[in-house]
Design a protein. Sequence first.
Length: 88
Amino acid sequence: PFETRQKIDEYILLNKEKIKQESQYIATYYKKDENQYIANCKVVENDIVLIELNINVVNSEQAKLICDNWKQKSQDVYAYIIKVLTGQ
């Protein structure tokens, strides 16, 4: 219905920046084999992937936990990797 679409459009207009910001931290996981899950975590800024990690874990609980923590921890992970790999 038109009314529902109008409400959605209003919500998007009012929350555009928040929606954009949230979409920059992406974390999903999938089952690869019997005891193998891949957690795919990335940070995207202005359509540029800043970091992307594919982490192989043994169960869905670990994969889910990694994905759940990605949004809060991704900046720390990125900074740590840059520091270690550049020696600074």
